[in-house]
Design a protein around this ligand. Structure first.
Ligand code: PDD
Length: 282
C-alpha cells in the first residue's frame, strides 16, 4: 500500500514521520475523512475548505493547492486499488526538535499526508434496521468546530459504546437546564418529532459536511429543519433519530441507552434517499 507524504507517493510500510512531529507530541494538527467510490472523491471542495479554514485559524501553513491535492489523491486511490473506501488527510504543524509548546519558527514545514484505505468494516444492519447508541459525557475542549486530531475524548466515548454493543456514542454536556447532546463521537445527529427535524446548532461542535448537505436537501424538499440545543430528556420522547457523517452517511438509530425508536422511520428514509441522490449527483 502507498501513501502520500510531504510531496511524494511513498511505500506506506517504510515511511516514517519523525518522532518529534507536533502531531504526535501535541496533537497539533487537523484531519479530514472523505468518501471514495469508483475513483470519485465525494464533496472534495467542502472538506478541503474546512481544513484550509481551520489551518488558517490555527496558523498552520497549508502546503498544496486544491488541484494538487486532488490529483495526488486520485493517483493514490488508483495505485492502492480503492473502489469503495476512505481518503484520510492529515496536516500537522510539522517537526519541532525542542518540543516547545509555542509555535515553531515560521519556516518550519508542516507535515501533510494522505492515506487511501478500504471502507471501515460497518455491519450493514446498522443502515437496515438502525444503530445502537449510548450517551457519554462530552469531555472535549472548546475547539470542537475544527476537525483537530485531539480525539481522546471521542475515543473514550466511542470505545464505551462499542464495549456495550453499540455503534456510536452521543456525547452530552450540561447547562443549568440539564444534559444536552452535542454530537456523536464521529458523527452529527438529527431527531424527528412529528414532521419536524431538529439538530443541534453549531455551538462548539463540528459543522459536518453531511449535516449541512442533509439540512439543505431536507429544506429543499419541504421538510422543516430547526437548529437548536437538544436536551437528553427530550430524546426519550422523539419519533426518530438518525446519525450523519461521511462514513455513516445517513444512518437510522434504533436504540439510545436502552430506549427504542422506529428505525428507519419515514423521515429518516427520506433523508437517506435524498443523501444517496446527492452523492450520485456529486
Ligand atoms: N468523522 N462530528 C465529529 C466529531 C466527527 O468526527 C465527524 C466526522 C462528524 C461528521 O462530519 P462529516 O459529515 O463532515 O464527515 C461530526 C469522520 C467521518 C471520522 O472521524 O471518521
Amino acid at each position: 500500500m502507498k501513501a502520500f507524504l510531504n510531496g511524494a507517493i511513498v511505500e506506506k510500510a517504510d515511511k516514517m514521520i519523525p518522532l518529534e512531529d507536533r502531531g504526535l507530541t501535541f496533537g497539533d494538527g487537523l484531519f479530514e475523512v472523505l468518501r471514495v467510490k469508483d475513483g470519485h472523491i465525494f464533496f472534495f471542495e467542502d472538506h478541503l475548505s474546512r481544513m484550509r479554514n481551520s489551518a488558517e485559524f490555527f496558523g498552520i501553513p497549508f502546503p498544496y493547492s486544491r488541484d494538487e491535492i486532488k490529483d495526488r489523491a486520485r493517483e493514490l486511490i488508483a495505485l492502492n486499488g480503492i473502489n469503495d473506501g476512505e481518503l484520510y488527510i492529515e496536516l500537522t504543524r510539522g517537526v519541532d526538535q525542542n518540543r516547545e509548546h509555542k509555535y515553531p519558527p515560521k519556516d518550519t514545514p508542516p507535515t501533510f499526508f494522505m492515506l487511501a484505505i478500504p471502507l471501515r468494516d460497518i455491519d450493514p444492519m446498522n443502515w437496515k434496521s438502525g444503530a445502537i447508541v449510548f450517551s457519554f459525557p462530552d469531555l472535549r475542549h472548546g475547539l470542537c468546530e475544527h476537525k483537530t486530531i485531539n480525539l481522546l475524548p471521542n475515543v473514550l466515548a466511542k470505545n464505551y459504546a462499542y464495549q456495550h454493543g453499540g455503534y456510536e456514542a452521543l456525547m452530552y454536556r450540561e447547562d443549568l437546564k440539564g444534559k444536552y447532546v452535542t454530537e456523536g463521537g464521529s458523527s452529527n445527529y438529527f431527531f424527528v418529532s412529528g414532521n419536524i427535524v431538529i439538530t443541534p446548532e453549531i455551538d462548539n461542535l463540528l459543522p459536518g459536511i453531511t449535516r449541512s448537505k442533509v439540512i439543505e436537501r431536507l429544506k429543499k424538499n419541504g421538510v422543516q429543519v430547526i437548529e437548536r440545543r437538544i436536551y437528553h430528556e427530550e430524546l426519550k420522547k422523539v419519533d426518530e433519530v438518525f446519525l450523519v457523517s461521511t462514513v455513516s452517511m445517513v444512518m437510522p438509530v434504533r436504540m439510545i441507552d436502552g430506549k427504542n425508536f422506529k428505525a428507519p422511520g419515514q423521515v429518516t428514509k427520506k433523508a437517506m434517499l435524498l443523501y444517496q441522490k446527492l452523492m450520485e449527483e456529486d
